[in-house]
Design a protein around this ligand. Sequence first.
Ligand code: IPM
Ligand code: MN
Length: 365
Amino acid sequence: MTADAVQRQRIAVLPGDGIGVDVTVEAIKVLEAAAARWQLPLDLVVLNWNADSYLETGETLPEGALEEFQSDYSAILIGAYGDPRVPDMKHAADILLGIRFGLDLYINFRPIRLYDARLCPLAGKSKQDIDFVVFRENTEGAYVGIGGQFKRGTMDEVAIQESIYTRKGTERIVRAAFEYADREGRRRVCMADKSNVMRHGHELWQRVFWSVAEEYPDIEASHLFVDALTMQMIRKPEIFEVIVTDNLFGDIITDLGAALQGGLGIAASANLHPGRTSMFEPVHGSAPKYAGSNRANPMAAVLSASLMLHDLGHHEAGHSLEAAVERAIGTGATTADLGGKLTTTEVGDTLAECVADATTAHARR
Ligand code: IPM
Ligand code: MN
């Protein structure tokens, strides 16, 4: 390599199914605008592994794909998975959960940020009131798929679904939440569990949480049972800065969080394992009903791409994507879910233009 050769960053782009395809086209458009403006060394490689290819070949995640992601790619950007022709969600589970578990992406990082007070379903809440992040454990809990069925289809049938919690798995997500708070100047970390009922698994969470909290004396640690937490997310969302919780509760409360910020159309996520190839995806699903209708909101995909740029070290570019979204929302340049009149393509064009415009300020709020 010559002295001034730039290390290229190869990105695997998996549009997936339904509106995943529509929103990914726009995310690519906006990423290309950012890459051109900041000369980012990105190589986007589109991999069309989806319901169509699964139905045609029977293959979901090709053999060796995970190893290849780890060795040859810097990040993975996903659209959405799910198709009514695959009712058991086999390909979605193999690809989405396969990447989360296979690459051991133990942090599901989901920011909840209100970009415009008009989008909040709660009365009297400002942008400053809703600005927190959820650290959802991403490799254990109810998602491990351990269990079985007995006497299936009879009146005596039994179903067992286990949740797994390990010290290592609990400790690393709790530590990630505190590290983030420390690094980003957040003052509070709240852990949500159901240790009053789940006296084995979540008692482990209790012990681990309070012991890790001792290492961060400057950060205020607190605990809420998850049912109480959901109530407080609605009554006083301003008390939250960082929430850490298990896989299933994290799944549920981040949909609630998405509603606080204006809906799934703008909820982004990052599946991380520091130092490894991470995966970025909107929180929303594939909404097959709206596929190809040019109505889906591409902002969640663009905000996920923004998280990806930060992870790749391109902070200015990452901020510019988020600033473009905030600006578009402020001027009403949105799809119908956010009250606007624009199509998916038009929102993508607006965001790409804003990112490309060197006169636009991209300050972080
Ligand atoms: C999410 C989704 C997934 C999950 C589904 C599609 C398996 O709801 O990313 O929040 O439950 O994690
Ligand atoms: Mn979910």
